[in-house]
Every structure is written in structure tokens, then in C-alpha cells.
Write a protein that binds this ligand. Structure first.
Ligand code: NAP
Length: 450
């Protein structure tokens, strides 16, 4: 290490990257940190993954913002690894690089018809209602039935957002065009379909109960709820209890139905030019505990299919990647490749351990990686080249700053005040760009149409 203050680059300003920054600041009083992100808006999945009606989660933003109050931290927004700066340049410019890129892809069902219009990934749908500037429009016109595959918390989130009433959604920060679409559609049936039983579902009880108890929505359970398995943990017992309660619940004159169907897997999405139905096959577990089809089939007429079967990490240019697991191979957060450890490279969050756990899980996960980084620091060779700020400047690139984000933040709050909401998200690159470059939105703050 050089006698100068140690320099660390963090790639990704989501929860895992910002928890890592916090842990670094707390663990070394000299460290200087540059946080790079493709977006001018920090907070990653907190901003673009947490359902907008889970407003209590937004309090976490205050904690995640803490590193930016330090003069030892700089934010380089609108900087993409690979095209604006390479992993080699970062390795040369810093004592250590921490990859915190999350999991930006989704798993595929691999069934016929998956490419039909109307078949979408829940990740994209979430990105749309959270106002991500890359999100494709998600028109819901002419639809009456939606099916989500997967029984994790993402499936629960998208089902709830589709079924929630206008008053509930009207208190959120979703872009106005999204709110208009979600409060104007005619979807009255949402199916949540699991390939195994409710005792195997990964959703958590608070989220499940919230969905089961939506105002004006009749839960319809398509299978008997099993008795508690002997080895069931508390979460599973509470989930099954919530489902038993829901089976008893009668909603007078319901405006919509939530259909819960377990032990079914999709075998085909059917339609000439768009999804019109899904073919399901009943399932069972074989002697090895694997899901197998029984041959018994059912058809559900639906126009929207949302795959909520898990996210996947994407390879980062110039960084080792395990395509099977969808993660950067590592030992306790220290990046490794086939030749062994790669000193000075670290990884945190979903790109380290896979897409599991809630936002808060990233705190201990990042702290564990940072402990190893700080232990290694004295033995690392230290920088041999310019840092990201110098490099980007030399290349005529002007990254966005934290002050730029604060302007976006202020514009969103001002827009919220106009609509009687706490905030309305800026949802287009055009408007984000104007706020960064000119301090004001030259164009509309959100997408025209849906
Ligand atoms: P998840 O919890 O891993 O759930 C994925 C679901 O997809 C499982 O039910 C899985 O079933 C199913 N699945 C996988 N492959 C399938 C296939 N080929 N066909 C049919 N079903 C398939 O993932 P997630 O819902 O994406 O959530 C990711 C993480 O974010 C989780 O840790 C979650 O708790 C967290 N999260 C939390 C919140 C919250 O706290 N409110 C909100 C959103 C997300 P098997 O079990 O049979 O594989």
C-alpha cells in the first residue's frame, strides 16, 4: 500500500454498494471512496425494486445516503463499467475495487409461447412501476386476467400492485403515467401459481397477509391448505396459517379475485399474436424431491403473464463470472478466478451471493466483505494509475454528481407536491439528463403514454 490514503472504487450505488461504503468509512479513517453507477440516481434496488407502496422501506434511504455526507466519498453517476471505464483501469487506479452490481437479469421459464406479447418478466414490470428510465411501457389495456409464476416476494409484490385500489396506489411515488395505467386497467383476476406446495413457497408472512387482505379482493385457494409439516419453521407455519385464514375469508361484492394455485407448472403460453391462455400441468415431488409433471393439465385464460421466478446476475466486463450461479466467483467476498485469488478485487450483494435476501441482508453481507478488504489492505500493491475522476476527465466525460441527484430529488418532491403525493419519480432519461446538465427538466418528467 502507498503512504497515501487508500483509495477504493465501488461499482454500483445500490444498497450493497452503499452499505459497503458505510462499513469502509467506519473501518478506516483515511479511506477515500469513489462510487460509480450507470444511473444519475443512487440507491439501486431500493429505488427501482422495492414496491412503491412499501413506503416504510424508503426510510432506509437515509441510512444509505450517509456515505455521501462524507468529503471522503465521491459519486460518479452515468458511468458504465466497460464502456466509460474498464475494470483494468479501476484495478490500476485504486487499492481495491468492490463490485456491487446486483442481479439485473431474470430467469426464463423455457416454455413454448414465452416470447409472445403479454408474456413479461416481473423484473421489467417492477422496473416500470418503480419509474426506471430503461423500463419498457407495460400496457394493460384490454386485459382481465394476469398470471404470475413463482411464489416468492416479487410475485407477491406484482400481484398486489395489480390488485391494489386507486386510493392505495395514489399515495405512492410512482410516475403519473404508471399510476394512470394501474388505476385504469380492467384486470379482475390475478393468479399466483407455484410449482411446489405453499409449505415450499419463499414469500414471507407479512407480505403474504398484506396480499390476502387487500380491500375488496376475494382470495380463492385452488388447493386445500396442508397441515404444518413436522419440520416446518416459524415462517412456513405462519404462511400456512395465513392461507387457512384466507380460505375462510368471504368478501362481499368483490371487485377482484386473487387466485392462489400450487403444485402447477406452466407448460405452454398459448395465443396467435399475444398470450390468450396458459396451459398448466399438475406437479408432484419424485423420490428425490424434484418437481415432476403428473400429465394432468388445466387451461387458464389470461392476457398477461409475469415471470417472477428469480433474478439473475449478469457478467461484468473484465470481471470473472460464474454463469451457472450468476455470480462473481468469490471466497467470502474476495474475488477469485480459475487461477486463484485476485488481490484487490471484492464483491458484495446479489452479484456475490445470488438474488436472495431482503435489502437489510446486504448490510451484514457488505460488512463481511469489507472486513476482509481492510485486513488485506496493507498487503495490496496500491494504485499504479489515475483514479476514475482523472481518467474520465481526460476522456472528456462528465459524470453526474451527488449534487445532481439532489436536484433530481428536489424536482421529484416538487412534482409530488403538484400531484398531492410525497414524490413523483422522474422516469425518463431525457428528463434526468436535463436535470443533471441544466438543473431543470426541459422535457416531461415522465414518459408520454404508458
Ligand atoms: P425467490 O424468493 O427465489 O422466488 C422465486 C420463485 O420462483 C420460487 O417460488 C421458485 O420456486 C419459483 N421458480 C423458480 N424457477 C421456476 C420455474 N422454472 N417455474 C416455476 N417456478 C419457478 O425470488 P424472488 O421472488 O425473485 O425474490 C428475490 C429476493 O428478493 C428474495 O429474497 C425476496 O424475499 C426478496 N424480496 C423481498 C421483498 C420484500 O421483503 N417485500 C420484495 C421483493 C423481493 P421453487 O422454490 O420451487 O424453486
Amino acid at each position: 500500500m502507498t503512504a497515501q490514503s487508500p483509495r477504493v472504487a465501488i461499482v454500483g450505488a445500490g444498497p450493497s454498494g452503499l452499505y459497503a461504503a458505510n462499513a469502509l468509512l467506519g473501518g478506516n479513517e483515511d479511506v477515500r471512496i469513489d462510487i460509480l453507477d450507470r444511473l444519475p440516481t443512487p440507491y439501486g434496488l431500493l429505488r427501482y425494486g422495492v414496491a412503491p407502496d412499501h413506503t416504510s422501506m424508503q426510510g432506509i434511504q437515509r441510512v444509505l445516503a450517509e456515505p455521501f455526507a462524507s468529503d471522503r466519498v465521491r459519486y460518479f453517476g452515468m458511468v458504465e463499467l466497460g464502456s466509460d471505464i474498464t475494470a483494468d483501469q479501476l484495478r490500476a487506479g485504486y487499492d481495491a475495487v468492490v463490485y456491487a452490481a446486483g442481479a439485473s437479469e431474470d430467469r426464463r421459464l423455457d416454455v413454448r409461447g414465452e416470447e409472445l406479447p403479454g408474456s413479461r418478466s416481473a423484473r421489467e414490470f417492477v422496473a416500470w412501476y418503480c419509474g426506471h428510465p430503461d423500463a419498457e411501457p407495460q400496457p394493460l389495456d384490454g386485459m382481465d386476467t394476469a398470471v404470475t409464476f413463482g411464489v416468492g416476494n416479487v410475485a407477491i409484490d406484482v400481484a398486489r400492485i395489480l390488485l391494489a385500489d386507486a386510493e392505495h396506489l395514489g399515495q405512492t411515488d410512482m410516475p403519473q403515467h404508471v399510476l394512470d395505467e394501474l388505476t385504469g386497467h380492467g384486470i379482475t383476476d390475478v393468479w399466483v401459481v407455484g410449482r411446489r406446495g405453499p409449505e415450499h413457497a419463499t414469500f414471507t408472512t407479512t407480505e403474504l397477509r398484506e396480499l390476502l387482505n387487500l380491500e375488496g379482493v376475494q382470495p380463492v385457494l385452488h388447493d386445500p391448505v396442508p397441515d404444518d409439516p413436522e419440520d416446518a419453521d416459524r415462517r412456513v407455519r405462519q404462511n400456512l396459517a395465513a392461507l387457512r385464514d384466507a380460505a375462510e375469508r368471504v368478501v362481499e361484492a368483490p371487485r377482484a379475485r386473487l387466485n392462489l394455485a400450487f403444485w402447477r407448472r406452466p407448460v405452454e403460453l398459448v395465443g396467435a399474436s399475444a398470450v390468450r391462455a396458459v396451459v398448466l400441468e399438475r406437479t408432484a415431488l419424485d423420490g428425490d424431491g424434484r418437481v415432476v409433471g403428473t400429465g394432468e393439465r388445466e387451461v387458464v385464460h389470461a392476457q398477461l403473464v409475469l415471470r417472477a421466478i428469480g433474478y439473475r446476475g449478469q457478467p461484468l466486463p473484465g470481471v470473472p463470472f460464474d454463469p451457472e450461479a450468476g455470480v462473481v466467483p468469490n471466497e467470502d467476498g474476495r474475488v477469485v478466478d480459475a487461477a486463484g485469488p485476485r488481490p484487490g478485487e471484492y464483491v458484495v450483494g446479489w452479484i456475490k451471493r445470488g438474488p436472495l435476501g431482503v435489502i437489510g441482508t446486504n448490510k451484514s453481507d457488505a460488512a463481511a466483505t469489507v472486513r476482509n478488504l481492510l485486513t488485506d489492505l496493507d498487503s495490496l500493491p496500491g494504485p499504479s494509475g489515475p483514479d476514475a475522476g482523472t481518467l474520465l476527465h481526460e476522456r472528456g466525460r462528465e459524470p453526474s454528481t451527488y449534487a445532481d441527484w439532489e436536484r433530481i430529488d428536489a424536482a421529484e418532491r416538487a412534482s409530488g407536491a403538484r400531484y398531492g403525493r410525497p414524490r413523483v419519480k422522474v422516469a425518463t432519461w431525457h428528463a434526468l439528463f436535463d436535470l443533471v446538465r441544466h438543473g431543470r427538466a426541459g422535457g416531461p418528467l415522465e414518459r408520454e403514454g404508458s
